[in-house]
Ligand binder design. Sequence first.
Ligand SMILES: O=C(O)[C@H](O)[C@@H](O)[C@H](O)[C@H](O)COP(=O)(O)O
Length: 240
Amino acid sequence: MIQVFENKDILNKQTADLFIEKAQEAIDKRDKFTVALTGGSSPAGLYKLLASSAYKEQVDWSKVYVFWGDERWVPLDDEKSNAGAAFKDFLNDLPIPNDHIFPMWKKNIEPEAYAKEYEAILEDHLELGDIFDLILLGMGDDGHTASLFPNQKVLNEKEKKVAAYYLAPQNMYRITLTAPLINKARKIVFIVFGEKKTNALYEVIEGERNSTLYPSQLIQPVSGNIVWMVDKVAAGKLSI
Ligand SMILES: O=C(O)[C@H](O)[C@@H](O)[C@H](O)[C@H](O)COP(=O)(O)O
């Protein structure tokens, strides 16, 4: 499903409402809510809203478990850290127990080894070992999502739930949930806005099927429960 909003502010508000709804539903049914956050700049507005007084009281944060969809392999105090940004944007302001928050980075360990450790963490906390209640995703202007970048071997990963690899064009390691794991989520929400995304969004949604070039095409949850929250500008080339 694609939902097009007039602007980024309305998009963020609707996404915050959806987040709250999914959190309440999961807590009512299973007494916990497991969410994977996205990095990059797209979620900042959403995160700030969730920590604002209008939203904060609507969730029992003590039952929330926070993971990430992907991470740049840098310490949390590095400005490139997805986890570091999320702490600043909202996690520091919410009463989530520290041992419910699982950044995809740890010191004194190699990224590949931590990917294995992260799989074990997921197995301990997710229902049936791999079902997230909600996964938030952004999309790059090249059509990547999480750290599933065009032309990378990780796109073919079928066994691992979490993979780490050296991303040569960025000269850094990336760690990411793999597409098969992401696709098991109960609900996937993409957040996409701005004119830099217009072309890639068109290719991903309506272009030829080519997930090597447009990895976001790999994201098709088994539940069928995916929603693209997009603004009018990003949706500019879509036929809807
Ligand atoms: O670590 C990352 O870079 C991401 O998680 C990545 O997949 C991001 O969501 C897109 O690149 C969109 O980035 P922006 O939100 O900055 O446009």
